[in-house]
Design a protein around this ligand. Structure first.
Ligand code: PLP
Length: 494
């Protein structure tokens, strides 16, 4: 008598034997005609890839004899279509259902409609990037956003007339802003930093390494958990160029911890005649307290408190394009602006356009048009309602969907302790484990990225644009999931 597994094995071997050879496949129409327009190698490669794909599906238990013969019959047309279709881009949209609002791996902040429209109009033609339309003379690319950034600084009452006291420039990202500032203001001289702030932000951005690369000399003070104002004070020397405060944007410490407030550092800097530089990071310009998130420093408040220079990302809580904003006292920013390195780190018209539109939204009271702001402000009950609608329309066989309460996080190195009450669609498949289901979602079109908790796949809709709910439902209902019987057979194989 045959054992179960040998009978399964013979079923699978039978399925493998049904596959045509590459050379047979190439003789089938319309593939036989294709090499006239495509290189023979390209057609052979595509045929091989398609057969490999079917082999994988057989191994995964996706096919019965009947479904496989259907797939084989449609293979020549599918391969020809693949070859004729314009190349699929490497960079593709994905549905972020992780609940992480600023997901660095998924491109951080989505841009607002206004930013996209402005960007498309500017990028599709010529523009006055460095051309003064009044005088007809060469202009400066800084002007397009500088006055807007300064207007945001003016939100702090302590900065009465930002245009006369401050300046702002934009570079490629916050890492570049920090690097450029250290290079311009402290190369060959000492920068005092607390040992509790010698941090790694992610993507290889480590404060001690950035400092070393910039040519500045690290003067570390205090300990990992506790640094006192006196530690800074005793470290001051004639060779001190800067006091650096790095926002602990992606981690928090509790217990026996202490550090002087930014205000105390600023007062010390003033007494000693040493500028204080705040690597603020998040670019937050609207308070998060109404969302129940306390203690996140705001971009303009650092300068309002008397900080000399601040660096922030454009694509974190500011919700704009990737860039780094450096704002501070005129004299310092002018010195930074004059360095040849600024030219190497400058941003293009696309970034200026997107940033200009984003900053304008804040200044005109329309910050709810900025996706990051909108996602943060969603209430749990709004999200639950959408989860229920999505769940009610999932009809893929073997897939069980529910609505469960979850917590979203801000991510992207911002407010690490903040949790926002949210809801998720939880998915469980009759025969696939959570990892397999998550992988199938990534292969969907558009790709859906979720997370796993307790062997359930969770899709947190806080980070899904409501206009994508329909696409999400389609992606879920179009999933190619293994038939339970065949999965069981595949599992039982040695
Ligand atoms: C995120 C962050 C950075 C790096 O910003 P990028 O724009 O990703 O280069 C630097 N410093 C702090 C404090 C940050 O939070």
């Amino acid at each position: 008598m045959k054992t179960d597994s040998t009978s399964n094995l013979s079923t699978r071997n039978e399925l493998y034997r049904m596959l045509p050879s590459v050379s047979d496949l190439l003789l089938a129409e319309p593939l036989a005609q294709l090499p006239l327009s495509r290189s023979h190698d390209a057609v052979v490669d595509a045929a091989r890839a398609a057969l490999d794909g079917l082999r994988d599906e057989i191994a995964e238990g996706v096919h019965s004899r009947q479904s496989l013969s259907g797939a084989i019959a449609s293979l020549p047309v599918a391969i020809a279509g693949e070859l004729i279709r314009p190349r699929r881009f490497s960079l593709r949209p994905v549905i972020n259902a992780t609940g992480v609002v600023l997901h660095t791996n998924l491109g951080r902040a989505p841009l607002s409609r206004q930013a996209l429209d402005h960007l498309a109009r500017i990028a599709g033609g010529y523009c006055n990037l460095e051309f003064d339309l009044e005088s007809g003379q060469r202009g400066s690319r800084d002007v397009h956003v500088e006055s807007l950034i300064l207007a945001i600084l003016g939100r702090n009452p302590a900065i009465a007339d930002p245009a006369s006291t401050h300046r702002a420039i934009v570079v490629n990202n916050c890492a570049a802003a920090t690097f450029l500032a250290l290079h311009a203001l402290a190369a060959g001289r000492e920068v005092i930093v607390s040992r509790g702030e010698l941090v790694e932000i992610g993507g290889g951005f480590r404060i001690p390494e950035i400092l070393a690369e910039s040519g500045a000399l690290l003067k570390e003070v205090g300990t990992t958990n506790r640094t006192r104002l006196e530690d800074y004070e005793t470290a001051l020397s004639p060779n001190t160029a800067l006091i650096l405060r790095v926002h602990r944007s992606n981690f928090s410490m509790e217990g026996f911890v202490a550090q002087p407030g930014l205000r105390e550092l600023i007062a010390l800097g003033k007494r000693a005649g040493i500028p204080v530089f705040h690597d603020q990071g998040t670019g937050l310009v609207e308070p998060l307290e109404p969302l129940g998130i306390d203690g996140e420093p705001m971009f303009h408040d650092s300068l309002g408190e008397g900080c000399d220079l601040v660096a922030a990302s454009g694509d974190k809580l500011l919700g704009g394009p990737q860039c780094g904003v450096l704002a501070g006292k005129r004299e310092l920013v002018d010195r930074i602006r004059r360095r040849p390195l600024f030219r190497a780190l400058r941003v293009d018209k696309l970034t200026y356009a997107a940033l200009e539109a984003t900053l304008t939204a804040y200044l005109s009271g329309g910050s709810e048009s900025i996706p990051v702001q909108r996602m943060l402000a969603l209430t749990a009950s709004q999200i639950r309602h959408r989860c229920e609608q999505v769940t009610s329309r999932i009809g893929a066989s073997g897939l069980k969907a529910d609505v469960v309460p979850v917590e979203s996080v801000i991510g992207g190195g911002s407010a690490p302790r903040a949790r926002l009450g949210s809801f998720a669609v939880s998915l469980k498949h009759a025969h696939l484990c959570a990892d397999e289901l998550l992988a199938a979602l990534r292969r969907a079109d558009p790709a859906v990225v979720g997370r796993i908790d307790d062997d359930l796949v969770l899709l947190d809709l806080r980070t899904v644009d409501p206009v994508s709910d329909e696409a999400l439902i389609e992606a879920l209902n179009g999933l190619r999931l293994a038939e339970p019987r065949l999965v069981d057979e595949a599992r039982s194989l040695p």
